[in-house]
Design a protein around this ligand. Structure first.
Ligand code: CMP
Length: 129
């Protein structure tokens, strides 16, 4: 698992110590094309990093973004403690890695790179919502 994580830029920013502290909780999930990962308004308890595949982010019937390999989503509900602000649906067979809320908070507290990567995307995404 650690080698898989090291090949994904999001996780590659982590120290070996941080990686080993989350490794046992990171899960891999596979979704077919057209699968709703979650709906807008759902409660959120994990963040997703795309290992391979693509998803659309949909809000008010508009596609806000298409995310692909190495992109992440689902961070906003965890950081803001609010419901999911958009629906996410796969547009191809998609493999994701998931991090739970507690681990994301821990990583953001211990690792400046992760904190700035996540905060930067949240600010950019909020501008386009
Ligand atoms: P969250 O609110 O947890 O669930 C919906 C997710 O869609 C959100 O986190 C972001 O990860 C993602 N998202 C929301 N708005 C945008 C946007 N404008 N561009 C890309 N991704 C977005």
């Amino acid at each position: 698992m650690i080698e898989i994580l090291k090949n994904i830029p999001f996780f590659a920013q982590l120290s070996d110590e941080d990686l080993s502290s989350i490794m046992d909780h990171v899960q891999m999930n596979y979704f077919p094309e057209g699968h709703v990962v979650f709906n807008e308004g759902d409660a959120g308890d994990k963040m997703y990093v795309i290992k391979r595949g693509s998803v659309e982010v949909i809000h008010d019937n508009a596609i806000l973004a298409e995310l692909k390999d190495n992109d992440f989503f689902g961070e906003m509900a965890l950081v803001s403690d609010e419901p999911r602000n958009a629906m996410v649906k796969t547009t191809a067979e998609t493999e994701v890695l998931t991090i739970d809320k507690y681990d994301l908070a821990k990583l953001m507290a211990s690792n400046e790179n992760i904190a700035s990567t996540v905060s930067y995307e949240m600010v950019e995404r909020s501008k386009n919502h």
